[in-house]
Design a protein around this ligand. Structure first.
Ligand SMILES: [Zn+2]
Length: 251
């Protein structure tokens, strides 16, 4: 059996919770908000609760009111936990001026609270934002801000969206530099093989299909791939050799 990472004595692994701050010059866009600080004690025991996002933003000189747009790739609690905070017994938006974007189908699925994945969907992370009008539910691929778009890649969930970021001047092929926050379609650099899918994936066969689709653009066009849950390799270029073997070139 191939082991890429060694678990602890409770069979747990270290995982990153990598959010991405995109600064376009006039807009601050935050992709993903991690676990946050509202987990019930029983889950804090399992997942810990690092709750570092606001400190990290602060060190980058960004206050919560400076965030204009938040994009959640999906609504599992480890991707939207800091969407909201508890203040004086009430759950309110962490980023008071931001519009939050998520796929409508993702929200509808979470609302059903199905046996398979109800535990991942904690409504205080998003219901208050729908009630106050800060959350926008979108259907399918969309450019959210110039050069920043979301694209749906089914597999981990049926409506998970990746975030594609284009910047700079076009090259001789008319292509701009592209990065993609691929989220849980490829959660770490150890998940690049087509069939190394996660037990969490709701539609594992679609994960394989979506990875193929992603690689068809990302590899020839040299996209920088951002890995959500990798605590050692936050990003890199995915490559494929003549024999079909995938690797990640780190930067
Ligand atoms: Zn997830």
């Amino acid at each position: 059996m191939v082991k890429k990472v060694t678990p602890d004595d409770q069979n747990r692994l270290d995982a990153g919770l990598n959010s991405l701050l995109i600064r376009t010059g006039d807009t601050n866009i935050l992709v993903e908000t991690g676990i946050g600080n509202k987990l019930p004690e029983r889950l804090v025991q399992i997942f810990k609760q690092p709750a570092k996002l606001l400190d990290n933003l602060h060190s980058a000189g960004v206050a919560p009111e400076d965030i204009d747009i938040v994009i959640n790739t999906h609504l599992h609690f480890d991707h939207c936990g800091w969407n909201t905070v508890k203040r004086a017994g009430q759950v309110v938006a962490t980023f008071p001026k931001a519009k939050y974007y998520v796929q409508n189908g993702e929200y509808e699925h979470g609302r059903k609270q199905l046996e398979r994945d109800a535990i991942s969907y904690m409504s205080p992370n998003y219901d208050p934002l729908l009630e106050n009008g800060q959350m926008v539910l979108v259907d399918g691929d969309l450019e959210i801000s110039p050069g920043i778009s979301v694209r749906v890649f089914p597999g981990h969930t049926a409506n998970m969206q990746a975030v594609v970021i284009e910047s700079g001047a076009p090259d001789e092929n008319g292509r701009k530099k592209t990065a993609c926050y691929i989220s849980d379609l490829i959660p770490t650099a150890n998940h690049i093989d087509l069939t190394w899918v996660m037990a969490f994936d709701v539609l594992p066969l679609d994960t394989i299909k979506s990875r193929k689709k992603y690689y068809a653009s990302a590899i020839p066009e040299k996209w920088l791939t951002v890995f959500t849950h990798d605590d050692r390799t936050p990003w890199g270029y995915i490559e494929r050799d003549e024999r079909g073997k995938f690797s990640v070139k780190t930067v």
